[in-house]
Design a protein around this ligand. Sequence first.
Ligand code: ZN
Length: 127
Amino acid sequence: MAKAKKLTKKDLAHFREVLEERREKITATVQESREEGIGFEREDLPDEVDLAATESDQAMRLMLRDRERVLLRKVEKALAKIDAETYGQCENCDDPIDIKRLEARPVTDLCILCKEEQEQMERSYAE
Ligand SMILES: [Zn+2]
C-alpha cells in the first residue's frame, strides 16, 4: 500500500477552517442546552412525572454536555496540532494519516491501520 502524502499548507488551512467551524458549533450547542434545556417542556407533563422527567432531562443535558466537552477537547487538540504542524500525523506510528480519513474525521489521532489495531484490542478486551 502506498504511503499517504503529508498534508500541504493548503490542506492544513482547510482543516483549520473545518475544525474552527466545528468548535463554534459545539460551543453554540452547549450554550443552547444550558439556556433552554433540550427535549420536552416541563409544563407539558403531569405532576407525578415531573420530578423524574426533570431528573432525566438534566441527566440528558449533562450527558450531552459531557459528550460535547470530549468532542471540544478533541477539536482543540487537533487545532493545537495544526499550530505545531503535527496535524495529520498518526500519534502511534508517526505515519501521515490519509487525507480522506481526515476529511471524514478531522479530529482523528490515528492512521487507519493503528485505529483498526486499537479497535481489535478493544474488542478482545470486551469479550
Ligand atoms: Zn499509525
